[in-house]
Ligand binder design. Structure first.
Ligand code: ATP
Length: 349
């Protein structure tokens, strides 16, 4: 970790769309709360085609030096032949676990209330291995890679997470009835490893049924973890984010053995809403709080998340995506005001 004189340097990859404006709000909030963190900017964007490799390598070096990064989404243009930068970052830095905690926020309108589900997703292999080719015109082969080593790593991570954070149940989501080898291996390893964690309930669920159950009776997953291979994890996590209010609200963590990247859970760029002062900054604020907790700066994280929670609930400052009329800047100002009020009360944190 790059921590000098009590201050931590973190890499910021603002990305495209709303990313840059959102990180300027995070910076303001950090300044207000006197968070001892400095940003090292790594401008990695979809339009930087000429210096592409140099920028990418610089971003990697910066994250390796600092240990952690805050990240906006880098737009992936369909016509771009390269491996998507978002994906390459995760595989190069071996960020094998993606964690998304979907919790209902009171006063935010949604189809179901009181949800509290953790999604843990394998983050580097499966359908995201970037191995596709066309052996002859009209035929495409896409390789889904499943390795024992990486499955064991993510399954172990999920059970250990359950123990550490008092989650009662792990549900392994798969399609082993069709993908007998790949998903079969995932299911076999999860089923075997559960024996080492007798205190944690375990069940498995086929991905199509899991999708239906999540939309119709999500409360059955409360207090637990949904453990998933890469692509199912992407889809199921987005369904869960939709259930608790959408892309503007939820944050996601990408954790590896050495490095970690914090971003929004649904990894949208929000290109269509950028520069309009209408995007919800909540997911970015929560990502920054996740990062502060990871760095052991829990007091600052709690301070900011409490200020945000009060703004969203007691004060009802809601942007358009969650049914309100507030602008991005209204929510940012409310959070800053709440932090200032609390600081005045406490004098210092
Ligand atoms: P792209 O061109 O990359 O597809 P987009 O803005 O059209 O950009 P996405 O980035 O995929 O779409 O986002 C999906 C949806 O989620 C869009 O309707 C977008 O407006 C919305 N969205 C994403 N982030 C936020 C946010 N922070 N606040 C409010 N709405 C958001």
């Amino acid at each position: 970790m790059a921590r000098y004189g009590g201050r931590q340097t973190v890499t910021v990859l603002p990305g495209d769309g709303i990313g840059p404006e959102m990180f300027s709000h995070v910076q303001k909030v950090f300044d207000t709360a006197t968070v001892p963190v400095d940003f090292e900017m790594a401008p990695l964007r979809a339009d930087l085609t000429i210096k592409r490799d140099e920028d990418f390598e610089n971003a990697i070096i910066s994250i390796q030096r600092n240990g952690v990064a805050l990240k906006g989404n880098i737009e992936t243009k369909l016509e771009d032949p390269h491996i998507p930068r978002n994906m390459e970052l995760r595989s190069r830095l071996k960020l094998f676990a993606n964690i998304v905690h979907c919790v209902s926020i009171p006063t935010v309108p949604s189809r179901h209330n009181d949800l509290d589900i953790v999604m843990i997703r394998e983050n580097t292999e499966g359908e995201y291995s970037g191995l596709e080719h066309s052996p002859q015109p009209g035929v495409v082969e896409s390789l889904k890679i499943a390795t024992k080593v990486k499955i064991e790593q993510i399954v172990r991570f999920a059970f250990d997470y359950a123990v550490k954070y008092n989650r009662t149940k792990v549900t392994a989501v798969h399609k082993a009835n069709i993908q007998k080898l790949g998903d079969g291996l995932f299911l076999k390893i999860a089923t075997e490893m559960k024996e080492q964690y007798p205190q944690i309930q375990f069940q498995s669920m086929i991905v199509d049924n899991a999708s239906m159950q999540l939309v119709s009776r999500p409360q059955q997953f409360n207090g637990g973890i949904m453990l998933m291979p890469n692509l199912y994890g992407n889809i199921i996590s987005n369904i869960a984010c939709g259930l608790v209010g959408g892309p503007g609200l939820v944050s996601g963590m990408n954790i590896g053995e050495k490095y970690a990247i914090f971003e929004t859970a649904t990894r949208n760029t929000g290109t269509a809403i950028s520069g309009k002062n209408i995007a919800n900054p909540t997911a970015f604020f929560r990502a920054s709080c996740d990062m502060l907790r990871y760095l052991g700066l829990d007091n600052y994280a709690n301070f900011i998340s409490d200020a945000l929670f009060i703004a969203l609930t007691e004060q009802g400052v809601h942007t358009k995506d969650i049914g309100g009329t507030a602008k991005t800047s209204d929510l940012v100002e409310a959070v800053i005001k709440n932090i200032n009020a609390e600081m005045k009360k406490q004098k210092h944190i």
